[in-house]
Design a protein around this ligand. Sequence first.
Ligand code: SF4
Length: 467
Amino acid sequence: MEQLSVFDVFKIGIGPSSSHTLGPWKAALRFREVLTSYDFDKVSIELFGSLSKTGKGHKTDIAVQLGLLGFNPETINSNDINDILEGIKTSKTLAFKSNVISFSPSEDILFINSIHAAHPNVLSFRATHKGSQVVKQTYCSLGGSFIKLIGELSEVNRNHVLTYPIEKGSNVLEHTRNSGLDFWEVVYKNETCLRTSTQVDNQLNDIYQTMKSSVYQGCITEGVLSGGLNVKRRARALCSKLLEAHQYKTIDAWETALRKTPLVFDTLHTWISCFALAVNEQNAAMGKIVTSPTNGAAGVIPAVLLYHQYFVKNDDFDDVKKFLLVAGEIGCLFKKGATISAAEGGCQAEIGVSSAMAAGGLTACLGGNTEQILMAAEIAMEHHLGLTCDPIKGLVQVPCIERNSMGAIKAIMASNLALNGNPADAIVNFDQVVKTMWETGLAMNSSFKETSEGGLAMNVPVSFPNC
Ligand code: SF4
């Protein structure tokens, strides 16, 4: 049974894509480690399939350069990225400690549109010395920044004894019925088999603080996103309208002000949308976000969680824990039973999964039992089945940014339906919808799976004077 942690699903990183930016970045970091055992004077990278077709828009070429240089996506200052890239371009070198080799991004990063037999998202690193190959590694990027070296059995090499092994939703039901624990407590017990309870709490808090910060940064930043589509940022204008044009200089002052906004449907609805847009505008601009379960869908969970924290309960860390543990486990269940990669399953695997995660997390915070939590997650996914991935020009902007608002609103509605319904009457159960999502992804034409060869990507004429 694959052992996943909620911290495999929630990871702090840089936008715009978990499969096309963070996964390749991690692979490059691993290859850099491998290179310490070799003499080499040349490194080249091949990007296959979806990584080639949408790699420019998803900044895959940038990610592999930063990874080869040893930068960590969790700690890098995103404001430094342009200078680092300019340095590579002008010096035409890459530095591996004292070994400085010649490197030209335009010549040494190859975009190969054909799909590799191993997976839709594959990249290869090759090092040579005096013209002869010394080492080559090929990775699959599996979505949600999971990577797997070809030849490895699993992307997560973990072999702990978990108190409550979980592969399907039905396992969670069994564990909670037999133990009398809540859903979140079962997940917490498992997490504490992997790390101490203090570490679990601290990591959850880091995730929460980063989510809040990405919302705040998106709400105070205006301008046009780069890439050539001229997409105007909207979160700041929405936030300003809701706060009646007052500007707040710190996140604390901003939070205090927004909590005072009237709790009417239109206002709440607008805040939720604003939170989701804010995160994904930051993501599109290579800002710091939490992958949840992917970068393209990173706005859904913060939007629903902050809706709960700001407007339903007053900043309660116990609820943050409950929310993230339940949502994270639901993400793990989709990863195990289906996919969280748009190149394999379309956007149902990104926005659909994040909406199901948020629906489950919210239901747990609102007092729902395990049956209702799974029912909420099932409803949220049921109404994303078949959602295509067709980003215009391969940029994680249109339809991606708005799609996070839609995923958040559907999550809240799914939670509401589950809390007001009787799971015993449900026709579809959680495990059935996971299976259906996977089968739908398999049947979907590849033009709708992160290749930008179908849907909006083909039907919206764009000219790119800046590119
Ligand atoms: S359309 Fe959906 S799956 Fe595709 S890049 Fe955008 S958010 Fe991700």
